[in-house]
Design a protein around this ligand. Structure first.
Ligand code: F6P
Length: 358
């Protein structure tokens, strides 16, 4: 048996832990493992791949990024909408990639990806490929899994950023705004904001007004707090309903960003407070994975190998109630997992006077 593994889409702390898990579990079963470079692109003839043994993955648990490389562009970038809107990978590309898979005698292909890559994986599965999905994204926005690895590491970068902004903000009596990643989901902003003691958190899921934000900051000022922390999710819509984008990413997914500066400018105008904005950006994606992401990634990899052994193709590893299990890939890519505005965690934040601008 030969098992293939590839990761595609944006990188994410913990990817190497998945590779370590798949390779280790495969070796224990007496299988060979092959890693394809730069996602599905590595499958295109003549094939860009390497054999992986446990010796090759020794020490990679602690490394951010991915030893296999990745891309969120290229021939296999599929996701643009949902359901029927989804762009399909052209058949000619699929057929060429399949030739490599067949020539190498790959009996199972583990695809570690987010929404877009798993949509491609589903297309390939429907064409008979022996595909197993592993959910990956710092955004934590995949349906059918309670958590993705990478999220915890991204949250810790946000918390580190907020801890730093807290001290400089206090020294200068400023409002410090931090824009964080997450695309259309506010998980990174909510968890990072709560753990980093933000006073205002603006999410894509909860419409906000600048007046409410300013009112809250003025109330804090009146109570004697001279500085405040505001976390803004990059996908938070401005009060006119617009999502701020940087460019349209040449026909792919639009790059989000810019809302933090808008929020900072409005806060300065409405409160008269000196305000500064920081965009945390790819710091959230890079660096050392947290212990939680290492363990989650490794367990996901081991489960992927187990699914391969069972021939459970078309399934995605999933984390539910502290257990690693699996679900059909299709269930995970149908829609995004967003924050429910009235959920317990949001209510807990409100209870300690965190403002959501609503
Ligand atoms: O999906 C992960 C993510 O980091 C998002 O949070 C962010 O909007 C996007 O990827 C950034 O993509 P890129 O690396 O292409 O700029």
């Amino acid at each position: 048996m030969r098992i293939g593994i590839l990761n595609c889409g944006g990188d994410c702390p913990g990817l190497n832990a998945v590779i370590h898990g798949v390779v280790g579990a495969a070796a224990a079963k007496g299988w060979e493992a092959i890693g394809f470079r730069d996602g599905f692109e590595g499958l295109l003839p003549p094939g860009d791949f390497q054999f992986l043994t446990p010796k090759d993955t020794e020490g990679i648990l602690k490394q951010g990024g991915t030893i296999l490389g990745t891309t969120n562009k290229g021939n296999f970038a599929a996701k643009l909408g949902t359901d029927d809107d989804v762009a399909k990978v052209p058949q000619e590309i699929v057929d060429r990639a399949k030739r490599t898979l067949d020539q190498l005698g790959i009996g199972a292909l583990v695809v570690v990806g987010g929404d877009g890559s798993l949509t491609t994986a589903q297309q390939l599965y429907e064409q008979g490929w022996p595909v197993i999905g592993v959910p990956k994204t710092i955004d934590n926005d995949l349906k059918a899994t309670a958590m993705t690895f990478g999220f915890d590491s991204a949250v810790s970068s946000v918390v580190d950023g907020l801890d730093r902004l807290h001290t400089t903000g206090q020294s200068h009596k400023r409002v410090m705004v931090l824009e964080v990643m997450g695309r259309h989901a506010g998980w990174i902003a909510l968890w990072g904001g709560m753990a980093g003691a933000a006073n205002v958190i603006l999410l894509p899921e909860i419409p906000f007004s600048y007046e409410k934000v300013a009112e809250h900051l003025k109330k804090r000022e009146a109570m004697g707090y001279t500085s405040s922390l505001v976390v803004v999710a990059e996908g938070a819509k401005s009060p006119d309903g617009e999502i701020s984008t940087i460019d349209d990413n040449s026909g792919g997914q639009a790059r989000l960003g810019g809302i933090g500066e808008q929020v900072a400018a409005q806060i300065a105008e409405l409160t008269g407070k000196e305000t500064r904005c920081t965009t945390l950006g790819h710091v959230q994606r890079g660096g050392t994975p947290t212990p939680l992401d290492r363990i989650l990634g490794m367990r996901f990899g081991v489960m992927a190998a187990q699914l391969a052994e069972e021939g459970a193709f078309g399934r995605m590893v999933s984390y539910q109630s502290y257990h690693v299990d699996s679900v059909p890939i299709k269930e995970a890519v149908m829609e995004l997992r967003l924050i429910e505005p009235d959920t317990e965690v949001v209510r807990a934040a409100r209870a300690v006077d965190i403002c959501f601008g609503d």
